[in-house]
Design a protein around this ligand. Structure first.
Ligand SMILES: *Cc1c(COP(=O)(O)O)cnc(C)c1O
Length: 389
């Protein structure tokens, strides 16, 4: 099929939940994507923060294909090595205790939400099932996670929603303190609100939330689905804030392109979920775990330092562009405020010139592969410059 045939069939046969950009992706290597028309694009999206090592990284392809030739799936009724290896690395590097594996960010957060509700009910009483999340947050698209998402746009059409969620303004410590009651079992937040516009939380607010959780026996849940696995320049963004969460959820970047997500639990809540309480057929699939294992092995301290250096470099290059007003975010998760042109239009114009970027609210969002080279960065910035002119 050529690209116009693919687009036509997509329009006819795929439910239109996405308004796609005008690119039929065919192949890729590193931070370069080749379209079905044979055009080259520089990729500053990494499949929305998923392709941590870029397209078709050699080591990752080798790790995934060798697992694929051995055993593709066996279900969670049996043991497999890749799953325990990923869990072993995640717990060792966070100092936390146990991992639950699912297949997506929404599922990761579902596991956290169920754990919090059971923790509250068992330890604090029948009604201790309320979870505080933040306004402008994003936690996923399932019924529980759109309810957790503090944005009115996501709360249209699908009533009735789950009860038990209250929304606090980000960085408003007084409001947070006033919202906590004996019925609150958890506080849940992103360290950088990604879909919400790449907004970094204040350290004082994050610390205050942690303190409240300690004082009132609530679980401190951090959604690192977008910020996690090296994206921020640390393995998890919470490390910048000097806090110790009870549950950290992860997904996007860990599989390097395969669907896998999950939650890491601290000592306090690692045995809350028991047989029969929760599960998912594909969770921790050996092929996805083989991909995750390669990603985690590659993201060592030296790698993270390079992510931080590239971040600094891109920020400087962006700030040299006269239309760029500010750059938010951390590491290779960047929100660019642009003057004189609407973000959605910038994305379309950049794509025409050969650069893939994203939006987040009224900002241009960049999530390049963590392995992006300086040449690829320079090429991307040059294209953006043209698109903004
Ligand atoms: C993308 C995202 C999710 C949802 O992940 P899915 O894999 O799309 O279900 C949840 N939380 C955050 C912070 C995200 O960025």
């Amino acid at each position: 099929m050529n690209s116009s045939e693919i687009k036509k069939l997509d329009k006819e046969k795929i439910v239109s939940t996405y308004s796609r950009y005008d690119l039929v992706a065919d192949s890729g290597k590193g931070a370069c994507c080749i379209s079905a028309d044979g055009r080259k694009y520089i990729d500053f999206t990494a499949g929305i923060g998923v392709n941590s090592l870029g397209f078709c990284d050699d080591g990752w392809v080798e790790a995934v294909t060798s697992q694929l030739k051995k055993l593709q799936h066996v279900s969670n009724l049996f043991y497999t090595q890749p799953q325990v290896e990923v869990a072993d690395i995640l717990t060792a590097r966070t100092g936390m205790k146990k991992v639950f594996f699912g297949n997506s960010g929404a599922e990761a957060n579902e596991a956290a939400i169920k754990t919090a509700r059971k923790y509250g009910t068992v330890n604090k009483g029948e009604n201790a099932n309320k979870i505080i999340t933040l306004n402008n947050s994003f936690h996923g698209r399932t019924m529980a996670t759109i309810t957790a998402t503090g944005q009115a746009d996501y709360h249209k059409f699908f009533t009735p929603f789950l009860g038990g969620f209250d929304y606090c303004d980000a960085n408003d410590i007084k409001q947070l303190e006033s919202m906590v009651s004996s019925d609150t079992c958890a506080i849940m937040m992103e360290m950088i609100q990604g879909e919400g516009g790449v907004l970094n939380l204040d350290e004082a607010f994050v610390k205050a939330a942690e303190k409240l959780c300690r004082e009132k026996d609530m679980l401190f849940i951090i959604d690192e689905v977008q910020t996690g696995i090296g994206r921020s320049g640390k393995l998890f963004a919470y490390e910048y804030f000097g806090v110790k969460p009870d549950i950290v959820t992860f997904a996007k970047g860990i599989g390097g392109g395969l669907p896998i997500g999950g939650a890491v639990f601290s000592e306090k809540c690692c045995d809350v979920l028991e047989p029969g309480n929760h599960g998912t057929t594909y969770g921790g699939n050996p092929v996805a775990c083989a991909g995750a294992l390669e990603v985690l092995k590659r993201i060592d301290d030296d790698f993270l330092e390079k992510v931080a250096e590239k971040s600094q470099y891109i920020r400087e290059k962006l700030m040299e562009l006269p239309q760029v007003k500010s750059v938010s975010g951390m590491g290779l998760m960047l929100g660019v405020e642009i003057e004189g042109k609407e973000a959605g239009q910038v994305v379309k114009d950049a794509l025409k010139e050969g650069l893939m970027i994203l939006t987040a609210k009224d900002k241009v969002r960049m999530l390049p592969p963590l392995t992006i080279t300086y040449d690829e960065i320079n090429e991307g910035i040059k294209i953006l410059k043209k698109a903004l002119a």
